[in-house]
Design a protein. Structure first.
Length: 539
């Protein structure tokens, strides 16, 4: 019994320990070697020697999926059919060097995302198709103890600096999946409406779109002429599947809801197409499509006006602005979308998805949560500036408040080393983006991606900290550009006390036009960190 107990103890103890595949170096030269790795070496997760993979026939590494550590070096050489590194997702550490060389078909090293340390040199070279290295940006930045050599790979992996920066150049995540359902209380049923009354104009045979089919179809419909106090009438065409009294109730209900939209969104709405059914609303063709099953559900939950607003943008704004050069330039400058839906359909949906949040922060400011306001301002500042430049009629809502202040806080991760060779010494820490050099300053550049417009007054605050035991002077400069031409600069500095913080302020900057943009450059002392740059815009 005692012998059995000891045996079980040994077995159970071994299950919690790394199991060696081999105490010798391992070379895999055929696809069969990869496929049979586990049957050859057993259920193991560590190679105590070197691992070499070199073959013109190897096309996948899935047989290596259990490998977590390589005590020696790891060589991936001359594999002309290897497109990715699938099978290495569990690899965490390499005890010596990692070399990836001359793999003509290799496009991505995404499967090395869990590799946190290379206790030796890293060399990635002559992989002409390799363009996706973002998964190892942190490894290249902080996880290699030896020398790093990167060259003659595809764009995105052509240098160590490019790999480090690749994670920050990926498209940011939109803050919302869709903007219709952000907040049901942005526009509510008790808000003012320009709707006045309705006049019955009989049953007519009309052409309408019906999502239930889905197709265009001529149908008999009750025609109700809806009057509005601002003089823009709308014909409500209610499918004759409803009786006259029901059609009147439906027409007046939705006519009142449409009257709560700003005039600028009703100017091209000639008709409401109204059917039964649970299908979504639609916009365009100088109309708004409503299926009352879905519509009534949204109405009861408070989302009706927000959905109508989205569809009214399609009807009244898309044809004027969604393909315009200025709107497309704003899309590109923002480098993000307000929602996943806008990003998935940028040409068709971006303007409609953006307008509701824009109206919220400009007209409905007292109803917008602070967290939503920050998300909106951060995701689409240049789009906001574009919409600010339009002559929009907001009635029955009041015009833009005379004093509105926006605030955006740009994290330190927007800053980069001015000289790529210094990127490795800049590290993201809890205190901010830190100069880890012990004997030299690092010049950094921080672009401020804020959609400036001529009716703003801008104030900037840069916050910094010092983790050194002695004080340091932080010198920075704010640069104003019109397009790509430098128009103004102002230098300033602050003394960061030992283990202390400080700030630099630039106040009362007035952009010349919508092309105005700003950049901060700093000479960052050793052990000093940039925490954030705060931008406040007053209107």
């Amino acid at each position: 019994m005692r012998i059995l107990f000891i045996f079980l103890l040994v077995v159970l103890s071994r299950q919690g320990m790394a199991a060696d595949c081999s105490h010798d170096n391992v070379t895999l030269s055929t696809q069969l070697d990869i496929n049979n790795f586990q049957s050859t070496y057993g259920n193991c997760d560590r190679i105590s020697g070197d691992l070499s993979i070199d073959s013109t026939e190897i096309s996948n590494l899935s047989g290596l999926v259990n490998i977590e550590s390589i005590i020696g070096s790891f060589y991936i050489w001359d594999n002309n059919n290897l497109v990715n590194l699938d099978g290495l997702s569990n690899l965490k550490t390499i005890g010596r060097d990692l070399q990836i060389y001359n793999n003509d078909a290799l496009t991505s090293v995404a499967e090395l995302s869990n590799l946190s340390g290379v206790d030796g040199d890293l060399k990635i070279w002559i992989n002409n198709s390799l363009t996706d290295c973002s998964a190892i940006s942190e490894l290249v930045n902080t996880g290699v103890t030896g020398d790093i050599t990167v060259y003659q790979n595809g764009s995105g992996c052509s240098s160590a600096e490019e790999i480090i920066n690749s994670s920050s150049t990926s498209t940011p995540t939109p803050p919302y999946s869709g903007t219709v359902y952000i907040d049901p209380d942005w526009i509510i049923e008790s808000d003012p409406t320009t709707y006045s009354n309705s006049t019955y104009d009989g049953i007519q045979n009309v052409l309408m779109y019906d999502r239930r089919i889905p197709a265009w179809e001529r149908v008999d419909a009750h025609i109700w002429i809806l009057s509005y106090s601002d003089g823009i009438p709308i014909n409500a065409q209610v499918n004759a599947e409803f009786d006259k009294e029901s059609s009147k109730t439906i027409a007046e209900k939705w006519g009142g809801a449409v009257g709560r939209l700003p005039k600028t969104l009703r100017r091209d709405v000639d008709e409401l197409w109204i059917h039964d059914g649970d299908e979504l609303m639609g916009g365009g063709n100088r109309s708004i499509l409503i299926h009352v099953g879905h519509g009534d559900e949204n109405y009861s939950r408070g989302w009706a006006e927000e959905e109508l607003l989205h569809e009214a943008v399609h009807t009244s704004l898309d044809s004027y602005y969604k393909d315009s050069a200025d709107w497309l330039a704003a899309q590109e400058s923002d480098d993000n979308y307000i929602s996943d839906y806008a990003r998935e359909y940028p040409t068709r949906e971006d303007l409609a998805e953006s307008f509701g949040p824009y109206m919220a922060i400009r007209i409905l400011t007292n109803r917008v949560k602070a967290s939503d306001k920050e998300k909106i301002l951060s995701a689409m500042p240049v789009r906001i500036a574009f919409l600010d430049s339009l002559s929009l009629d907001w009635s029955p809502w009041s015009e833009l408040p005379s004093s509105v202040e926006d605030k955006i806080i740009f994290p330190a991760t927007t800053c980069k080393a001015s000289t790529p060779a210094s990127s490795i010494q800049l590290q993201s820490r809890e205190s901010g983006l830190t100069n880890t050099k012990t004997d030299a300053n690092i010049s950094i550049t921080c672009p401020i991606n804020y959609g400036a417009s001529a009716n703003q007054t801008l104030n900037f605050t840069l916050k910094a900290s010092n983790s050194d035991s002695i004080p340091h002077v932080l010198s920075c400069e704010l640069h104003e550009y019109i397009g790509e031409a430098l128009s103004n600069s102002l230098s300033s500095q602050t003394t960061l006390s030992a283990d202390g913080t400080g700030a630099i302020n630039w106040t009362n900057w007035r952009p010349g036009n919508n092309l105005t943009n700003y950049t901060v450059t700093c000479d960052l002392p050793s052990q000093a960190a940039i925490i954030s740059i705060e931008t406040r815009a007053a209107y």
